[in-house]
Every structure is written in C-alpha cells, then in structure tokens.
Design a protein around this ligand. Structure first.
Ligand code: UDP
Length: 439
C-alpha cells in the first residue's frame, strides 16, 4: 500500500490525518488477519522515525525519506514524488522479484507513485481516491479554495493507469466514471467499515432518561451517566456533537449557526445545551484556525460550544456515546466514517445528504438527512431531539443495529476479492505477462 502524504501512525482528526488513515489501518489489519501481508509506504515526517514499524502482525509501515521531514505541506508533495518512488523501487529491489503481488495506492499522490511501481514490477495497480478534486470543487463551501488543476490532471492520469478503482459507494463509482472517464470494468464498490470492538453502545440511551438500559448485545457495560460524568457533561444535557477535521468542507460553522437559531427560539435550552467540537484544523481551515471560535463568539454561543483537541478512537467512542446526536453538515464526503462510528455507539446522526452519507445514515430511521446548509433548517431538525427525547433513544438503537452490518472484516474480504480478481485478470493481458517475464 502507498500512503504518501499521511501516515497510518498519525492521530486522525486534524491536519492531513482523517478517515483515510483509519481506513488504511483497519483494512490492513483485517487483510493481514485474512492472510494477506501488507506493507505500507509513507513519507517520513520526523528524523527520529525508525525505517520500519510493525503496526500489527502482518502489517509493516515503511518510512520513506522524500524531502525534508518538516515544513512541507501536502501541496508541496508533487515535487517529492520522484524521491518517494525512488525509495519504493529501491526497497523492492532488495527483495527477490515478485515480492509484491499488487500495489494499492491511496489518494492521487500515491496513485502517481503506484502507477510507476506497478508498471515496473509487472503487477496490477488498485487505487482508492478517498476524495476527488472535481467532486470537491463542484460543491465548495462559500469562499473555500478550489482544488488546483494539477491535482485534476494527476487524478485523471491515475484513473487511466489503474487496473481497478475501489469506490466507497455506487455514487463515488458513478463520479469516477462521469468526471474522470473511468471504465465500468475498472470499478469496484467496497463500503468502508467501522471497528465494532471499539465503537460500541453504552448500556444507557443518551437521550432517554439517563440510566435506561439498552438491550444491545455489544453494549460496553458502562452507562451514559458514568461516561458523561467522566467527560464533564451535565447528565440531563442535550449534547450535539461534531467530530472531525475543522475545515470549511465539513461545515462545523453550520452547526454553530444552527445552535444560535435553536437558542433564539428556545432560550431556556441554554442551561442544558452542550456542543462539543472534537478535532483540529485542517485543509483550507488551517489558514484561519481561530475562525470557528470567532464565529461562536459573534453569535453569542461560546458558553455552549466546547472545543476539544483530537482524541484517540477509544476516547472518541466515549464522546459518541455521550452525545444526543452527531451532526455532520459537510458539503462533500466520500463516505464519512464518523457517521458509522457514532451509529455503532448507538447515537443517531444528522447529516447532509451528500456523498456517502445517504448510505451511512438511514433517513428517518437512524438519523436524519438534511438537504442544503441553511442553519434554520438544521436547527429545525435538531430541535426534534430536544422536543422528543424518545426519538433519540429509538433512532440510537436502530443506528447501532444498522452500523453493526459494516464491520471492517467484510470490507477486507471484499478488497481481497478485488485484489485476487485483478491479479487473475492481469495474468491474461499480454502486456502484464510480457513485463512479468522480462523481470
Ligand atoms: N477521528 C479521531 N479523533 C478525532 C476526530 C476524528 O480519531 O478527534 C477519526 C474518526 O474516528 C474517523 C476519522 O477521524 O475515523 C474521520 O473520518 P471521516 O471519514 O469522517 O472524515 P475524513 O477525515 O476522511 O474527511
């Protein structure tokens, strides 16, 4: 696997680390458990990093030196792809030919490296986009910076070079075809998963009377009361949670504005409304990391909004379990792992009807899908959880059931099938056989 611009060892939830990092970690672990050994090449971002780290049995992370360790942003990395590829090819040359059976690249920068490596080794290239410039640019937040033409060109080259493209959803597969001209025989759809051992419901419904037992066999054994106490949240609070990277694309500002509406309409709610925002600045949000704090101050909702730095998955699971609802007003989302994670914790999700979110969330059953980004509409939907605590409890239980169908093992099995099928197909194409024989 190739993960040039971000390491599977980084803490997700800020900067360049997010869903893709979690995806690579979880997928690799499960692939290894199924008998497929995985090596992940990533760019070294600190001098003290060892050349290799065992992430899990059968999963090795290789740190590649490509440019200075610090001070490079993602936009600088196209200039380092040659150095990165050089190290990847050198590593393989230290093994007997045929060491790798397939190259799986993640994000277009890795796709560029994979294009060359796979061709050189005579093995197929499987690529996952994670996000696409044309899709992002088609639904930018107001004032957000569009993705550059160079990325679009790079993505188009990767689509042309890849033997297979793994999309998160049918919609993403259609976008690969319509925006980038991917052929039908290149496309495979594999839904990402959720770690069902980490993301489990509490024994109590966060929105029902605190202390109510939920009969979910995966329940942690700990009550919402205990979790809320640990997190310093009032037991009777309405907790509307945002979790993820803080950037215009994820639209946490829509939640903050919706909260201001909610408090205008129901001032008595102020005493028991808490809006934790868990995550750190990322992408174009890095230019103005203070913007969301300022907005909360302008709207007079600083007392209810609580900013929390990114946390590990175990702790994030506690935030989900403590929440009345997770709110995702994103403008675009290739899948939206946090939606699955919150639901696996028995928490309903209010999400924008974009990207993979309509697959992750069952509208009216495990949460609500909202069209558009008008804060008043969002406030109206959120108000339903305030007015009707039973709704949250019912949807939370349905959400936990729904999410439990999305384990990573199923995703890994489907991915392994794609690898096997792609390797098999490549054997029958003259080009591949010629290259393989030449080695
Ligand atoms: N995440 C985390 N800690 C945080 C916030 C987020 O570990 O404080 C993780 C979260 O568990 C999820 C990922 O970051 O797996 C975000 O993935 P998602 O697909 O929702 O968004 P992306 O970052 O890919 O845009």
């Amino acid at each position: 696997m190739l993960s040039v611009h971000t390491s599977p060892l980084h803490q997700p939830g800020t900067g360049d680390a997010g869903g893709m990092n979690v995806y690579i970690v979880e997928l690799s672990k499960r692939l290894a458990e199924l008998g497929t050994e995985v090596e992940i090449f990533t760019r070294a971002t600190a001098s003290e990093l060892p050349p290799t780290v065992e992430l899990a049995p059968g999963v090795l992370v290789r740190h590649v030196t490509a440019g200075p360790y610090e001070g490079l942003i993602k936009e600088d990395l196209p200039a380092q792809l040659c150095a990165f590829t050089h190290s990847v090819l050198r590593t393989e040359a230290g093994h007997r030919p045929g060491h790798y059976d397939v190259v799986h690249s993640h994000y277009w920068l890795s796709g560029q490296v994979g294009w060359l490596a796979a061709d050189r080794w005579g093995v197929p290239l499987v690529h996952t986009m994670h996000t696409m410039a044309k899709v992002k640019n088609a639904s930018l937040a107001t004032g957000d910076k569009p993705e550059p033409a160079a990325r679009i060109i790079g993505e188009s080259q990767v689509v042309e070079a890849a033997h297979r493209l793994i999309a998160n959803t049918d919609e993403e597969a259609e976008q690969l075809a319509s925006y980038y001209g991917a052929r039908l025989d290149q496309l495979a759809v594999v839904h990402p998963g959720v770690n069902l051992e980490v993301f489990r419901p509490a024994t109590a419904s966060p929105t029902g009377p605190v202390g109510d037992a939920v009969s979910d066999p995966r329940a942690t054994g700990e009550s919402v009361r205990e979790i809320r106490a640990r997190l310093g949240l009032p037991l009777d609070a309405v907790v509307l949670l945002f979790a993820g990277r803080i950037q215009p694309l994820k639209a946490p500002d829509v939640l903050v504005r919706a909260v201001a509406h909610l408090l205008d309409e129901a001032p008595e709610l102020r005493e028991r409304l808490v809006v934790p925002i868990v995550g750190g600045p990322s992408g174009s949000g890095m230019a103005r990391p203070e913007a969301l704090h300022k907005l909360a101050a302008q709207l007079g909702v600083c007392d209810v909004v609580r900013f929390q730095p990114p946390v590990g998955q175990e702790q994030l699971a506690d935030w989900y379990r403590a929440a009345t609802a997770l709110v995702m007003p994103s403008y675009s989302e290739s899948f939206g792992l946090v939606a699955l994670e919150a639901q696996a914790c028995g928490t309903p999700v209010v999400a924008a009807a974009v990207g993979g979110l309509p697959v992750a969330v069952r509208d009216g059953e495990t949460g609500f899908l909202v069209s558009g980004h008008d804060p008043a509409s969002w406030a109206r939907v959120l108000r339903r959880f305030v007015d009707n605590p039973e709704l949250g409890a019912r949807m939370g239980a349905a959400a936990a059931r729904h999410a439990s169908a999305f384990g990573w093992e199923a995703a890994a099995r489907a991915t392994a099938d794609v690898y096997a099928d792609t390797i098999e197909r490549a054997r029958f194409t003259t080009g591949q056989v010629t290259v393989a024989t030449a080695r």
